[in-house]
Each structure stands twice: as structure tokens, then as C-alpha cells.
Design a protein around this ligand. Structure first.
Ligand code: NAP
Length: 245
């Protein structure tokens, strides 16, 4: 399909921006979201790109901006990419611990679930094919340090959610995939690089370089093409060989 419509969350920076660019290069129409950043001029000037600002941690905001986008414009592909990586260690007080868990679950998992629900219901109603791509993390498979336990749990939730969609909706032409990146050189990873140093990060890797976001985007764009329906429910790992399944 040369005129596919794509909705990608978190398209202002990092992996989401590369996914949006990759989809535009295919000639597809892209709606991208951000919470507060502006979109780059190269995106704003592209007639096939629409930028939307929405806080995925605020249900009312999501309902006002993205529910009509999904129900009226119905994208062919929904890419749940936006995410946060917030820390709270076991010594944090209970309120702080729960604040981080609630924020992480709301933004990373709960918002993806409601967008997916609207997307599936509309496709089933119309009898059309839809693809969901959930950007999870290697943390879903190997856990993370205790400070980022909420993050790992939110990503494991995404993987399980993807499998549930595949089991129940493949017969209705709704396909869902998880992508589990390892360490990717974006703003999200910058703090860890600054704190621990590149050598520490690369100790885990089978490469001498940190994975770049455009490689993740290449995989996502391939999945969005819809050529491997029977891989629905699977996770695609891209982690520089930091673990191999
Ligand atoms: P990033 O560079 O930090 O970009 C995050 C994107 O999400 C931005 O577009 C940001 O918008 C948006 N966002 C953040 N909070 C939001 C909220 N409350 N509501 C709406 N949008 C929000 O992140 P990234 O590294 O590209 O990560 C993208 C995805 O890949 C995430 O789900 C992440 O967990 C996953 N991942 C990343 C890595 C890695 O090493 N980088 C590894 C595994 C998985 P603003 O620009 O407006 O803030």
C-alpha cells in the first residue's frame, strides 16, 4: 500500500523520530506525537506529516486528541513508541516509589493499551486490516537494575499485551508485534552513557559501537509493511548481541 497512514507516538526525538522519517521516505502519511518538544523543521515542512502534542500520562488529554485521530482518520499502523525511563530505588519512600510506578505504567503501558483498544475496535468495525507495533525493551526479558524495575515491568506488560492481541485478533486481520531494543543512542540513553561511560555500556555488547536509532526504525518500517502476518505476537530483538535468545 503506497498511501499507508501511520500513527507513531513519541516522534519528536530518538527512535520515534527515525521511525517517522522512515515511514515518510516510504511515501506514507504520518501523524507523530510529542509531549512538549517541537518537531524538527524537516518534519513540519513535509506535507505528509502531522504533529500532535499530547501527554500520554493524562487520559483526558489522550481522549481529546488521539481518540478522534484514531476513530476519524483510522491509521493502518499504530506504533506505540513513546516511553519514559524513570528511577526509584528500594530505599525511596513509599510515595516516591508509587509515583514512579504510576507514571511509568501510565505513559508506557496504560496509554498504549487504550490507543490499541480504540484502533482495534475501529478496524474490526470497518472490516479493515491493522498493524500494531509496540516498542518494548530488552528489560522485558532480562530485567533491569532495581531502580528501573517499574520500567522493566511496564515493558514486559507490553510484550504480554502484544501476544494477547495476536491470539485473539489475527483472524480479524489485526496483527501485533513487539520490538525489544537494547541500548540505543538517544536522549533516553544519554544519562546512562554520561554516568557510566561508553566502555561500560559496550561491555555488554558484541559490537564496538552503541546501536543507532535508525536501525530500530528500519526494523519497525519493515514490520509496518505488513508482509509477515504470521509472525504476529512475536518479539523482534535488536540489542547488539547483549543477550541472544
Ligand atoms: P527519547 O529519545 O527519550 O524520546 C521519547 C519520546 O517520547 C519523545 O518524543 C517524547 O516527547 C515522548 N514522550 C515522553 N514522555 C511522554 C508523555 N508523557 N506523553 C507523550 N509523549 C511522551 O526515547 P527513545 O530512546 O527514542 O525511546 C523510544 C522508545 O524506545 C521508548 O518506549 C523506550 O522505552 C524504548 N527503548 C529505548 C531504548 C534506548 O536505549 N534508548 C532501549 C529500549 C527501549 P518529547 O520530545 O516532547 O519529550
Amino acid at each position: 500500500m503506497s498511501n499507508k497512514k501511520i500513527l507513531v507516538t513519541g516522534a519528536s526525538r530518538g527512535i520515534g523520530l527515525e521511525i517517522a522519517k522512515g515511514c515518510l521516505e516510504k511515501g506514507w502519511s504520518v501523524t507523530g506525537t510529542a509531549v512538549s518538544s517541537s518537531f524538527p523543521d524537516s518534519m513540519n515542512s513535509n506535507k505528509n506529516f502531522k504533529g500532535v502534542h499530547v501527554d500520554l500520562g493524562q487520559l483526558v488529554d489522550v481522549q481529546a486528541t488521539l481518540k478522534p485521530e484514531i476513530e476519524n482518520e483510522l491509521p493502518d499502523v499504530l506504533i506505540n513508541n513513546a516511553g519514559v525511563f524513570r528511577d526509584a530505588d528500594m530505599m525511596a519512600d513509599d510515595d516516591e516509589w508509587l509515583r514512579v510506578w504510576d507514571q511509568t505504567m501510565n505513559i508506557n503501558l496504560r496509554s498504549s493499551s487504550i490507543l490499541t483498544k480504540w484502533f482495534i475496535n475501529q478496524h474490526v468495525k470497518n472490516g479493515t486490516e491493522g498493524i500494531i507495533i509496540n516498542i518494548a525493551s530488552r528489560a522485558a526479558y532480562r530485567g533491569d537494575t532495581q531502580e528501573y524495575a517499574a520500567y522493566a515491568a511496564s515493558k514486559a506488560g507490553m510484550v504480554a499485551f502484544t501476544k494477547s492481541i495476536a491470539r485473539d485478533f489475527s483472524r480479524k486481520n489485526i496483527f501485533a508485534y513487539s520490538v525489544a531494543p537494547g541500548f540505543i543512542e538517544t536522549d533516553m540513553a544519554k544519562d546512562a552513557v554520561d554516568l557510566l561511560g561508553k566502555d561500560y555500556i559496550l561491555k555488554d555488547s558484541a559490537f564496538d559501537e552503541i546501536t543507532q536509532p535508525d536501525e530500530v526504525a528500519t526494523l519497525v518500517v519493515f514490520l509496518a509493511e505488513g508482509k509477515i502476518r504470521h509472525a504476529s505476537g512475536q518479539t523482534f530483538h535488536i540489542n547488539g548481541g547483549s543477550y541472544l535468545l
